[in-house]
Design a protein around this ligand. Structure first.
Ligand code: DAH
Length: 339
């Protein structure tokens, strides 16, 4: 028995030492120590051993098993180490290789124009506020002196959600929301997305952006409005820029005006950009209608104010000389990369 065990042990150790990889080791383990393994067969023969010799023989079998297991573990570690070393050698990292360049993001022309606009008005003491895109008819129309059946409601083809709730067609409802809080004086800029059921073309989109301005205080006059817009035009389009106010009508302002700036491309001589006129329309404005002030809880005898609404895409297109609004929404990197 002793010799037999010794032979098994020697054979196992020789095989283990010759093993080239983990699979070979595993096979040896199964063949030697597994259910049908050689050592297990020896154990099965214990019943033929005299009872008084059994503890001794059992001890010998266990020693053999232990010796084989130990050897298996040791060689397994060696092989694993060798494999790891080989892998490390193959996977050298050359830290001097140039890295993969990632494409850098760009601010969208709309965003650049908005930040520039905000910078100008923050410089004049304005506060940036926002209002909801899903709005009540009450704020979008009613409080702005556009009652039911008013023709202006048709001009702003509206996406209705319910009879009273809609996607705002303008940022002007933010005016009403701010005035309603009763905090005075007011000097705010409210940029945001607006919606109209328009077909897409070079100058229209069902969703675009406006920047609303509102100032309410004691003794605010049309001269303040004009001076403010002039300052804005100088800072935004260049110091040579002139402005021109043309009488217009908006239900929520009285008097109202549309504002043109002298063409910054040709300086007013007339070119393709200004369609030969030398002037480009950029915004609508006016003195806040006394009825609007009153409906929003402000005494028109004590306070007055002015408001204006700028089409963000419109000024972005002008500033960057882009001739098709659709380019702003297509997210074509070849286009966006230029800004
Ligand atoms: N809300 C107007 C529009 O969508 C733009 C506008 C005009 C806003 C005059 C104003 C304003 O605040 O005073 O066409």
């Amino acid at each position: 028995m002793k010799e037999k065990l010794q032979a098994i042990k020697e054979e196992a150790i020789a095989k283990i030492e010759a093993a080239k990889d983990l699979d070979a080791l595993n096979e040896i383990k199964v063949n030697m120590l597994g259910k049908k393994g050689e050592l297990t067969q020896v154990l099965k023969g214990m019943k033929d051993v005299a009872p008084e010799d059994r503890p001794k023989v059992g001890q010998m079998v266990n020693d053999t098993r232990f010796a084989i297991e130990e050897k298996l573990e040791a060689v397994k570690k060696d092989i694993a180490k060798k494999l790891r070393e080989e892998k490390m050698k193959k996977e050298v990292i050359d830290v001097t290789l140039p890295g993969t360049m990632h494409m850098k993001g760009h601010r969208h022309p709309n965003q650049i124009a908005l930040e520039e606009l905000e910078r100008v008005f923050i410089g004049m003491g304005y506060e940036i506020v926002e209002g909801p895109e899903v709005e009540y008819d009450h704020y979008n129309f009613e409080l702005l002196n556009i009652p039911a059946n008013h023709p202006a409601k048709d001009e702003q083809d509206t996406f209705y959600i319910t009879k009273d709730i809609l996607l705002r067609t303008q940022t002007s409802p933010v005016q009403a929301r701010v005035m309603e809080t009763g905090r005075m004086p007011i000097r705010i800029l409210a940029p945001g997305r607006v919606f109209r059921s328009d077909e897409v073309d070079a100058t229209h989109s069902p969703s675009f952006h406006q920047v609303e301005g509102l100032v309410v205080d004691k003794n605010i006059t049309f001269a303040d409005l004009k001076g403010t817009l002039e300052q804005f035009a100088h800072e935004f389009f260049g110091p040579e820029t002139k402005i021109k106010l043309r009488p217009h009508h908006f239900p929520f302002t009285e008097p109202s005006a549309e504002v043109d700036v002298s063409c910054f491309k040709c300086g007013g001589k007339g070119c393709r950009m200004c369609k030969g006129s030398g002037w480009i329309e950029i915004l609508g404005c006016g003195m806040v209608h006394p009825k609007v002030l009153k409906d929003c809880g402000i005494d028109p005898e004590e306070y007055s104010g002015f408001a204006f609404g700028i089409g963000l895409e419109r000024v972005a297109l002008l500033k960057y000389e882009i001739d098709d609004m659709r380019l702003l929404y297509e997210n074509d990197m070849r286009f966006l990369k230029q800004f």
